[in-house]
Design a protein around this ligand. Structure first.
Ligand SMILES: Nc1ncnc2c1ncn2[C@@H]1O[C@H](COP(=O)(O)OP(=O)(O)O)[C@@H](O)[C@H]1O
Ligand SMILES: [Mg+2]
Length: 361
C-alpha cells in the first residue's frame, strides 16, 4: 500500500492512505475496452489521449491518481463536465472504470464481485447527491432509516438510530415530516443524515450544496465542517465552486477535461497555481481570508526582542491587525508556544498579490 506523501508539513509523520486511486481511466464509446487494450499500455499520456480520441471515443477520466488519508477532506474541483462525478462514481463502481485500480484500505475495489460491492456500499460508503435523492412517500425517520433496512437491523433499533442521526444534523422536531414539507436545506440535511446512518468509513458528496441558495449553502458548509470535526470521516467532496473548495478542503484536486491539473492544500494552490487554468479560479479570491500566518511567514527574527505573537493557523486578515506604527515584526508560534517564523508587512503584501506585481517594492 502506498504511503501518503509527506508533502505538506514535514514535522507530521506520513499517514497511510485509506483510499487510493491509481491510473483510473473512464472511456465512453462502443469499444472502450478494445481501444484501451494492447499497445495502449506502452503509450505515453498524450499518445493515449489522442489514440482514444482518434478512435472516436470520449475520455471522461484520464490517468487519475490520488490518495486520501484517513479523516481527510479531499475536494475534487473543476468546471462542469471536467470528470468529477465520473471519478467519484468509478470509486464506488456505480460507473465501471475502463482501467485502473482503487483500494479502500487493503481491499481492491476493482476485483470485488457484485455481492461484495453491494456489501461495501452498504457498510463502508455513504453518498450524498446534489438532488437530495429522498424517497417522497417516506417521512424523515423512514428516509434516514432506509439504508439500515438493507442491513437487516430490527425496526425499533433502526428508528432509534435514525432519530439520533436526525438530531445530529439539526432536524429534531421534523421526524414525521415528508420531503415536500421541507426546504431545500432541510432536505439535504435528511440526505446527509441518511448517508451517515450506516456509519460509513468513506463519505462521498457530489455537489451536495450546489442547489441551495448562497446563504443556506454557507450555513450547510459550516455544519458540514462541524460534523466532520465530530466524525472524522474520510471524505471525497465534489464541487465546481472554488471558494467552497477553499473553505472545506484539506487538499484540493483540480480537474480539467478528465485530467488532474493540480493537487495541493488550499494555500499551496493559491500561492503556487500550476498553470493559467488554475490561476483563473484564483482571480478574485480574498487571499487574506484563505492564507494563514504559517503559509506566508519567513524565518524567525532571532533579534532577542519581544514581538506580538500569533498562532500558526491565524488567518492573515486577523494577523495583520497586529501591525502598527511601532510593530514591523509579528512572531508566528506553534501549538507549544515556540516561535517558528515571523511576519513582516512586505512578506504579507507579497503573498496577497502576485510576487511579480510587487517585485519592485
Ligand atoms: N454515460 C455517458 N456517456 C457518454 N459521455 C458521458 C457519460 N457520462 C458522462 N459523460 C461525459 O463525461 C464528461 C464528464 O462528466 P462528469 O463526470 O459528469 O462531469 P462533472 O461531474 O465534472 O460535471 C462529460 O463531458 C459528460 O458529458
Ligand atoms: Mg458532476
Amino acid at each position: 500500500m502506498a504511503e501518503f506523501p509527506d508533502d505538506v508539513q514535514t514535522d507530521v509523520p506520513p499517514k497511510a492512505a485509506q483510499l487510493s486511486v491509481r491510473n483510473l481511466w473512464k472511456v465512453y464509446g462502443p469499444s472502450a475496452g478494445a481501444v484501451t487494450s494492447g499497445a495502449f499500455e506502452q503509450m505515453d499520456l498524450e499518445q493515449k489521449l489522442s489514440h482514444v480520441r482518434d478512435a472516436d471515443h470520449f475520455v471522461a477520466a484520464a490517468d487519475v491518481s490520488f490518495d486520501v488519508a484517513k479523516g481527510e477532506i479531499f475536494v475534487i474541483m473543476g468546471l462542469s463536465g471536467s470528470g468529477k462525478s465520473t471519478v467519484l462514481r468509478c470509486i464506488s463502481r456505480l460507473v465501471e472504470p475502463t482501467l485502473g485500480a482503487v483500494f479502500l484500505d487493503d481491499t481492491d475495489l476493482m476485483t470485488a464481485n457484485p455481492r461484495e460491492l453491494i456489501d461495501l456500499r452498504r457498510h463502508k460508503m455513504g453518498m450524498v447527491f446534489q438532488d437530495f435523492g429522498l424517497l417522497p412517500h417516506l417521512d424523515v425517520v423512514q428516509n434516514v432509516a432506509f439504508p439500515l433496512k438493507a442491513q437487516r437491523r430490527p425496526r425499533d433499533a433502526r428508528r432509534a438510530h435514525a432519530r439520533k442521526m436526525i438530531e445530529l444534523v439539526g432536524l429534531k422536531g421534523k421526524e414525521t415530516a415528508y420531503p415536500h414539507e421541507l426546504s431545500g436545506g432541510q432536505q439535504q440535511r435528511v440526505g446527509i443524515a441518511r448517508s451517515l446512518a450506516a456509519d460509513p468509513d468513506l463519505w462521498f458528496l457530489d455537489e451536495p450544496f450546489s442547489a441551495l441558495d448562497p446563504l443556506i449553502r454557507s450555513q450547510m458548509q459550516d455544519e458540514f465542517l462541524r460534523l466532520q470535526k465530530q466524525l472524522s470521516k474520510t471524505i471525497v467532496f465534489v464541487t465546481h465552486d472554488f471558494l467552497e473548495a477553499l473553505k472545506l478542503a484539506d487538499r484540493i484536486c483540480i480537474m480539467k477535461d478528465g485530467q488532474i491539473v493540480q493537487i495541493g492544500t488550499p494555500a499551496e494552490i493559491v500561492l503556487h497555481p500550476a498553470n493559467a487554468y488554475v490561476r483563473e479560479f484564483i482571480g478574485d479570491v480574498p487571499l487574506a481570508n484563505v492564507l494563514s500566518a504559517q503559509d506566508v511567514m519567513g524565518p524567525a527574527d532571532g533579534d532577542g526582542k519581544d514581538h506580538p505573537q500569533v498562532p500558526r493557523s491565524t488567518i492573515l486578515n486577523e494577523a495583520i491587525k497586529l501591525f502598527d506604527d511601532g510593530t514591523v515584526t509579528v512572531d508566528v508560534i506553534d501549538d507549544d508556544g515556540r516561535v517558528i517564523g515571523a511576519l513582516h508587512p512586505l512578506t504579507v503584501i507579497r503573498s496577497l498579490y502576485h510576487d511579480d506585481a510587487v517585485a519592485d517594492i
